[in-house]
Design a protein around this ligand. Structure first.
Ligand SMILES: Cc1cc2nc3c(=O)[nH]c(=O)nc-3n(C[C@H](O)[C@H](O)[C@H](O)COP(=O)(O)OP(=O)(O)OC[C@H]3O[C@@H](n4cnc5c(N)ncnc54)[C@H](O)[C@@H]3O)c2cc1C
Length: 600
């Protein structure tokens, strides 16, 4: 196999919001930096984010970083590390202004300040009512963040290797020495000799059948580190967003409910009143997703089907705004027109027309919960350094940021708008600290066989003589994850899922590929990605089976209570040499807010 070598101080894997922010800062610090991305940067999933980025700017009403901190702790069901949460929420206003100064075209208030809207779980801590904290650029906030950061990266001469897929991490004496990647267009293997690596590879929503996540979200970074003997944290906590388009999973942003949209069952009831009397449709996502499932289970899905309605027709919005006593910032009653909604939610209206043939200004949108966001992932500290164990031992030169990392600011459940915030805050930390580390250390010698493991993984797949199809294995995995490792879980279901996943891992050893070539062999790379998903499916299920309590997004029907006495702790999972998964635990960092029952 042809091979090429490169040398950089810092290598960033991934060009979403987290990777680009890291790249910008590492480059600005003077480190010779390369970004490797399997996608052209502006195709990263960050570009699909719609609703907003959370920051207590207080542009429209009173708000404080401390309220944002408390809401995030509460939303996390007290599993988030409070030192990290406080750091993120206090950094938020400055980093949003930094994005604004880079040129990000935020939507504006009439007097020219950054516009803000309400989002689930974000509240005025005195009244408990929703607060306008989500800064947005219509319903294309992520798109604008990604484009802005990419333009800045070009301006600052960041080096990109686009459509390079990273397959392995090289550690020498426990320190980072490099990564191995394949150039997708040619099939050439590239070894990057480096002092520091930042993994910013995003999430793994393709584990589930109904998902809001792009095809490329296959957890590559997390799976690579897991295979290299590093732990993954809190993998049992995976968020289902309440409002995916029925059957398709495509996301309808929470911003729709922020603008006044309500969820309605078959009886025409606004059922969230019963589940969260104060914030109603703007309760946190785990609460709303469970409520929808219960409505469906109890026969109140629309026409008895597995969906409910999200109603954002102006007359409905205005009716419930009047009932809630909602006002505009100037104190006048909240009354919207179709034109105003169209201006604030253009893409959502467009999606509904394109994918459903529905005009949301005239008809309600059929929705069901959709797999959305990984709270767990590669354990890191506030400096984005990757941790090797429950004692907080740092892996020299290794960093992670964004959805693939677990700092942990989201604990058991993430609040909307807090991921875009997380990626820019901790992407920046990763860039700064990776560059500082790299500029103060020497290269580790790169072993001669550095690329062997990566090559052997691909060659095993390419030359496999079996008859199994990767699509069949993937479909079976997605179905079992959806049925048993989704919004509701039980010991019986999780055990069944685990057995199936292990069978699928066996079948995976006997696949058949049609394309054995080198050029753009996307079939081969899809097969490699499926291997990552299967590893992550197993570790998610093992972690979920062990946790005999319900907290945030992890809901065990057989253990329906949160159990702080036994389970106020983070899970760490390792893959041992014999292939078994070992679980250990570490305490949650609690500074100001001792755990309380969550009431919305
Ligand atoms: C539809 C949708 C809407 C959302 N809306 C919001 C919102 O309104 N507010 C909010 O806060 N959050 C939102 N989120 C969540 C948020 O957008 C994501 O969590 C966040 O953007 C992830 O950013 P990231 O930089 O970590 O990863 P991504 O943006 O997913 O980027 C991952 C990068 O890693 C690269 N990569 C992956 N594997 C490899 C590999 N093996 N080799 C090389 N490169 C690799 C990819 O090419 C890509 O560049 C939304 C998510 C979705 C799916």
């Amino acid at each position: 196999m042809t091979m090429q070598r490169h040398q950089y101080d810092v290598v960033i894997v991934g060009a979403g919001g987290a990777g680009l922010m890291a790249a910008l800062y590492a480059t600005k610090k003077g480190a010779k930096t390369a970004v490797l991305s399997k996608l052209y940067p502006t195709r990263s999933h960050t570009g699909a984010a719609q609703g907003g980025i959370g920051a207590a700017l207080g542009n429209l009403e009173e708000d404080h970083p401390e309220w944002h901190t408390f809401d995030t702790v509460k939303g996390s069901d007290y599993l988030g590390d409070q030192d990290a949460i406080e750091f993120m929420c206090y950094q938020a206003p400055a980093i949003v202004y930094e994005l604004e100064h880079m040129g990000l075209p935020f939507s504006r208030t009439p007097d020219g300040r950054i516009a803000q809207r309400p989002f689930g779980g974000h509240t005025n801590n005195r009244t408990g009512k929703p607060v306008r904290r989500a800064c947005y650029a219509a319903d294309r906030t992520g798109h604008m963040i990604l484009q802005t950061l990419y333009q800045q990266s070009i301006k600052h001469n960041v080096t990109f290797f686009n459509e390079f897929q990273v397959l392995d991490l090289i550690l020498v004496n426990g320190k980072v020495a490099g990564v191995v990647a394949i150039d997708i267009a040619t099939g050439t293997i590239h070894v990057f000799h480096t002092k520091a690596v930042v993994f910013a590879t995003g999430g793994w929503g393709r584990l589930w059948e109904i998902t809001s996540n792009a095809y490329t979200l296959t957890g590559d970074g997390a799976a690579i580190l897991f295979r290299r003997g590093l732990p993954l944290e809190d993998m049992e906590f995976y968020q289902f967003h309440p409002t995916g388009i029925y059957k398709l999973g495509i996301l309808i942003t929470e911003g729709v409910r922020g603008e006044g949209g309500v969820l309605i069952n078959d009886k025409g009831e606004r059922f969230m009143e019963r589940y969260a009397p104060t914030v109603k449709d703007l309760a946190s996502r785990d609460v709303v997703s469970r409520a929808i499932y219960i409505e469906i289970k109890e026969g109140r899905g629309i026409n008895g089907q597995r969906y409910v309605y999200l109603d954002v027709r102006p007359e409905t919005v205005n009716k419930y705004a009047a009932i809630d006593g909602r006002t505009r910032p100037d104190g006048s009653p909240y009354v919207v027109t179709a034109e105003e909604l169209l201006q604030k939610l253009p893409d959502i209206i467009d999606f509904s027309r394109t994918y459903l043939g529905i005009d949301p200004m005239a008809e309600p949108i059929p929705v069901q919960p959709t797999a959305h966001y990984a709270m767990g992932g590669i354990p890191t500290n506030i400096k984005a350094e990757v941790l090797a164990d429950e004692k907080g031992t740092v892996v020299p030169g290794l960093y992670a940021a964004g959805e693939t990392a677990c700092v942990s600011v989201h604990g058991a459940n993430r609040l909307g708008t807090n991921s875009l915030l997380d990626i820019v805050v901790f992407g920046k930390q990763a860039g700064i600290h990776a560059a500082e580390y790299a500029l103060g250390t020497d290269f580790e010698p790169l072993p001669k066989d550095a690329a062997d493991f990566a090559i052997s993984q691909l060659e095993t797949l390419r030359n496999s003589k079996g008859s199994e199809r990767i699509a069949d294995i993937a479909n079976e995995m997605k179905r079992v994850m959806m049925d048993h490792v989704g919004v509701f879980r039980t010991e019986e279901g999780l055990t069944e899922a685990l057995n199936t996943i292990r069978e699928l891992k066996e079948r995976y050893k006997h696949i058949h590929l049609d394309d054995r070539g080198k050029i753009f062999n996307t079939e081969l790379l899809s097969a490699w990605e499926l291997g990552n998903l299967l590893d992550l499916a197993e570790v998610t299920t093992v972690s979920a089976l062990a946790r005999t309590e319900s907290r945030g997004a992890h809901w065990r029907e057989d253990y329906p209570k949160r159990d702080d006495k036994n389970w106020l702790k983070h899970t760490l999972a390792w893959k041992r040499e014999n292939g078994e998964i070992e679980l250990r635990y570490k305490p949650v960092v609690i500074t100001k807010y001792p755990p309380k029952e969550r009431v919305y």
